[in-house]
Design a protein around this ligand. Structure first.
Ligand SMILES: NC(=O)c1ccc[n+]([C@@H]2O[C@H](COP(=O)([O-])OP(=O)(O)OC[C@H]3O[C@@H](n4cnc5c(N)ncnc54)[C@H](O)[C@@H]3O)[C@@H](O)[C@H]2O)c1
Length: 444
């Protein structure tokens, strides 16, 4: 009996995905959810976006975009054609066939995972769950979240997974600002609770994306694969940062070292140092694993060590700045310091977890007057103070004792910085090959 029901359920969902009559819901319309919603709506599905933020919902329904990676015209078109409607009303989940969860997964002050957003989104789905529904978690999280956290909530009303509804994990790997790889062409990993869950999820992504879909045996494998990818980056950046500290002590140019090592065509992949990690992923995701693995009485070591090095970088930048100013007999106390770039990486407007906050904290702790400029960020609040982007011009640059390149945005006017800064401290090697520098130039 149940076997027959299973087949009918799978078949109905299969058909709706195949002929694109399935209605798709995206929960969480941020850096991950919005580009995904737009791709899905562009591929002819009808999409409903769910968010708790009324302002975002209103903005989208008026065709106003707030994510750089989303094309404004694409958004206007799908909104005008009624392919994409956004709402804060979760009861509309009743009409949804496939729902993708893209909510935040931060850490708390004790570096413990905060999965409350996943729990709350799952409860909203569970309130309106119905037969023939596919639910996919895309948020980054620790292994077994899908099975241990989401599944019990979804089964509370008696619906059976793999029979009445389907559940899978498929991590989002989007890299905001990356011109070559976007939501549409980044390969997907898919791990379902049952084989049918995996099959339906793969089929859905194949119907939207232009990328390979790699199926794995369980959600836990897919969850762990995502954590491995980001831990790999965290640790390799940690190594590059430690090399920068060592090279500085030894008077060797770390950038030249890395570029030399990168000529090896196998067995080496270049990672570069910087003023500290930032963003919603690389500094945070490894802690999801280190927290979870404590349950197994294991203490992760590499993650802790690389995070220690990465977390030290903002302080290292300020210590180096102090030494640089010392060479021109200037104390940091009372000096004017311009931080060029505030976003955590180049060519994006995302300031979450940016190292600029720690850098400001240390500089102001030493009595420096801190200014910032970022072409993508006009202002931000930190420690109860408002920071407004300081225009980059000849006059302003010449008032600064030190200009620090924190983020190497492509659109920055490096010529202006080179010609009118007294001292440049370049933490990204953005100007290493620039010949027109008039003042003094230092690299990380
Ligand atoms: N930003 C990235 O580069 C990136 C890349 C890959 C994976 N991820 C992962 O994707 C997930 C989402 O990240 P993001 O950068 O898109 O976050 P974000 O903060 O940009 O967007 C999340 C959205 O979810 C909304 N939200 C919060 N709680 C909600 C709820 N209960 N119901 C509905 N909406 C809710 C927020 O209002 C926000 O609009 C995280 O797990 C992150 O680690 C992010």
């Amino acid at each position: 009996m149940s076997k027959t029901i299973t087949n009918v359920t799978v078949e109905n969902l299969f058909t709706r995905i195949k002929n694109k009559t399935a209605k798709i819901g995206i929960i969480g319309l941020g850096y991950v959810g919005l580009p995904l919603a737009v791709e899905i709506a562009k591929s002819e599905y009808n999409v409903v976006g769910f968010d708790v933020n009324q302002q975002k919902v209103d903005s989208l329904n008026n065709g106003h975009n707030y994510i750089n990676d989303v094309n404004d015209e694409d958004l206007v078109k799908i909104v005008e054609n009624n392919k994409f409607i956004s709402t804060t009303d979760f009861s509309q989940i009743q009409q949804i066939d496939v729902v993708l969860v893209c909510v935040p997964t931060p850490i708390d002050a004790h570096q413990h995972p905060d999965i409350s957003y996943i729990q709350s989104a799952t409860k909203n789905i569970a309130n309106y769950i119905h037969d023939e529904m596919l639910i996919v978690l895309e948020s980054t999280t620790y292994p077994n979240t899908t099975k241990e956290v989401m599944l019990p909530i979804l089964m509370e009303k008696g619906h059976k997974v793999g029979e009445d509804f389907f559940l899978a994990y498929s991590p989002e790997r989007v890299d905001p600002g990356n011109e070559n790889f976007k939501t549409k062409n980044i390969p997907k990993i898919v791990g379902g609770i049952t084989e049918d869950c995996t099959m339906l999820t793969s089929m859905f992504y194949k119907s939207v994306l232009n990328s390979n879909i790699h199926e794995v045996s369980s959600p836990a494998v897919a969850e762990m694969a995502k954590i491995l990818e980001n831990t790999f980056r965290n640790i390799n950046i940690g190594l590059a940062n430690e090399m920068a500290i060592i090279c500085n002590k030894m008077g060797i140019d770390v950038w030249e070292v890395i570029n030399a090592a990168a000529t090896k065509p196998f067995g080496f992949m270049p990672f570069y140092p910087g003023p500290g990690l930032g963003g919603h992923c690389i500094p945070i995701d490894p802690f999801y694993l280190s927290w979870k693995v404590k349950e197994y009485k294991y203490h992760v070591r590499l993650i802790e060590t690389s995070s220690e090095i990465n977390n030290y970088m903002p302080e290292f930048v300020v210590e180096r700045s102090m030494k640089i100013l010392n060479e021109v007999k200037k104390p940091l106390n009372g000096s004017n310091v311009l931080l060029v770039g505030a976003a955590y990486k180049k060519d994006i407007d995302d300031i979450r977890e940016s190292p600029i906050f720690e850098i400001i904290k240390y500089f102001e702790g030493h009595g420096a007057n801190v200014f910032f400029n970022d072409p993508y960020i006009s202002e931000f609040n930190f420690n109860g103070k408002k920071y407004v982007s300081f225009p980059l011009n000849k006059e302003n640059l010449s008032k600064m004792d030190l200009s620090i390149i924190v983020t190497n945005h492509t659109s920055l006017d490096y010529k202006l910085i080179a010609e009118h800064s007294k001292i440049i401290f370049d933490t990204r090697n953005a100007m290493g090959n620039y010949s027109g520098i008039k003042g003094q130039y230092y690299k990380l």
